[in-house]
Design a protein around this ligand. Structure first.
Ligand code: LLP
Length: 465
């Protein structure tokens, strides 16, 4: 790590590295000794039996019996791991006034929201629906909600005003006018931050990069000062902060620091105008190492990230709000699926699983890499396969030309790092009921969402008479 920056790079893996399972267990023991509390860098890991066969575990629970009990496809989350990640942020920021607003869009399971709210987290929402989720899971946390999004409707704004949320993140002048009008009508003060667009390049997939002038998000930072000044005279608006979110799955601290430096400049300019903003919201976006190749150390990554933000804000004495999604939940989750068939078409070998792109769309949508491992390892030579689902599209794949240990029909495989934007982006495409979800905490496994049934899919529909 150099100058507070972290960079983790991506490499393709050979099958030999699957033996990393063994090394990982030892490494985890070593790392755990060095980290505070019981931080576990990897919730999914292999355990070896006396016969040297390896079985995949989530925390202390073996994955195979979970599949037998709850069926497949199944989302399995380590609740312990999520709490560890939250704790990482909270303890690093213990010395300063801060609020962690978990980005609900990453994984909006009610049990997860409840668990995070109990640990003091707030929430970043982007719709009236997400507001209702927070209300259902943790009504006491409504005053810790920030509302982002470029297209809020008047109804959604009313809902959030009535709920008394912490702050609106306003993304255009037109939206600020609507907010002012609704606040006046309801006679409720609206606390707002302008979400500024700092025009910063964050190296990530183009679909999830949001902080450049060509993107739809935010207000050009150069216009913000004028808008804050104009809003000052509005009786029902209170300027409460400034927010920024430059993208997602960002693997270096630099762009965060650069964006914050611009934001800090704006805060200083506004002070000269007599406008003193109490909060700065740095958004989310901190990435993880999907490719698991580079000795990723979450504590060091979080620390470098926070340091780059805090350095930029030095001397400003503002409350720091963060909106992490992926970093808290991605590595805590795996999609457990069963192999239905293994077949050859020409030179290609396809492993067809009972999970499909409707259950996890990230590989199809962002060409995302997810590590895929057998739950029970078989001996034998590695094979190069495409791991695909049953959905009727060639885009329905989890991995292409991937070197994997051999698998057979009936075997279980786990698609790792699927805790963020997995279930949250799932659909019923091909009329496929969505998977069940479970939490693993200590030795206990708990169902947090039952598997959908066809009746759930058909319920809203109206047949012709
Ligand atoms: N705050 C705002 C305003 C956001 O738009 C987002 C994510 C976050 C926070 C949380 O970002 P995170 O910490 O999770 O990177 N579906 C894509 C990711 C989309 C991210 C959208 N915005 C994926 O699967 O990679």
């Amino acid at each position: 790590m150099v100058g507070g920056a972290f960079v983790f790079c991506y490499r393709r893996r050979s099958v030999a590295t699957y033996w990393i399972g063994a090394v990982e267990i030892v490494a985890q023991k070593v790392v755990r000794k060095q980290l505070p509390g019981k931080l576990q860098p990897r919730p999914f890991h292999y355990k070896f039996s006396a016969s040297r066969s390896a079985a995949l575990y989530c925390g202390q629970r073996s994955m195979a019996p979970l599949a037998a009990e709850y069926g497949t496809p199944l989302y399995v989350y380590s609740a312990d791991h999520i709490l560890d990640r939250l704790q990482l942020f909270q303890s690093s920021l213990a010395e300063r006034d801060h609020l962690i607003c978990y980005a609900v869009k990453a994984n909006s399971a009610l049990a997860l929201l409840q668990m995070l709210a109990r640990r003091g987290a707030g929430f970043d929402i982007v719709s009236g629906g997400e507001l209702e989720r927070v209300r259902a899971a943790a009504p006491d946390a409504l005053n810790r909600v920030v509302f982002s999004g470029a297209g809020k409707t008047a109804d959604e704004i009313d809902l959030a005003l009535e709920a008394g949320i912490f702050s609106f993140h306003v993304e255009s002048e037109a939206e600020l006018e609507v907010l002012a009008g609704r606040a006046a009508r309801l006679r409720r003060k609206a606390r707002f931050s302008l979400r500024v667009n700092p025009d910063i390049f964050a190296e990530t997939h183009p679909y999830i990069s949001t902080g450049m002038s060509e993107h739809k998000f935010g207000i050009p930072i150069a216009q913000a000062r004028r808008i804050y000044r104009a809003a000052r005279s509005h009786r029902w608006l209170t300027a409460h902060g400034v927010s920024v979110h430059i993208g997602s799955q960002i693997s270096s601290a630099e762009p965060f620091g650069a964006a914050m430096t611009r934001v800090a400049g704006l805060v200083r300019e506004l002070r000269k105008d007599g406008i003193s903003l109490p909060c700065v919201d740095a958004g989310g976006g901190l990435g993880i190492d999907y490719e698991r190749a580079s000795g990723f150390d979450p504590a060091a990554v979080a620390e470098a990230y926070l340091r780059s933000i805090e350095q930029a804000l030095e001397g400003l004495n503002v409350r720091l709000v963060l909106e992490p999604g992926r970093f808290l939940v991605a590595q805590a989750g795996a999609l457990l699926t069963r192999v239905l068939y293994v077949k050859k078409n020409g030179r290609k070998t396809f492993v067809i699983t009972d999970a499909g792109m409707n259950d996890l769309i990230r590989p199809a949508l962002y060409q995302a890499w997810h590590e895929i491992v057998p739950v029970q390892r078989r001996s034998g030579r590695a094979v190069t396969v495409d791991v695909v689902g049953p959905v009727c599209e060639s885009g329905d794949f989890f991995a292409r030309d991937r070197s994997m240990p051999p698998v057979r029909p009936g075997d279980l495989v786990a698609i790792l790092d699927a805790g963020a934007y997995g279930m949250a982006q799932s659909s019923n495409y091909n009329s496929r009921p969505r998977p069940a979800e479970i939490f693993v905490q200590d030795r206990k496994a708990r169902l947090i969402r039952r598997r959908e049934e066809m009746a759930d899919l058909l319920a809203p529909e109206i047949e012709l008479m």
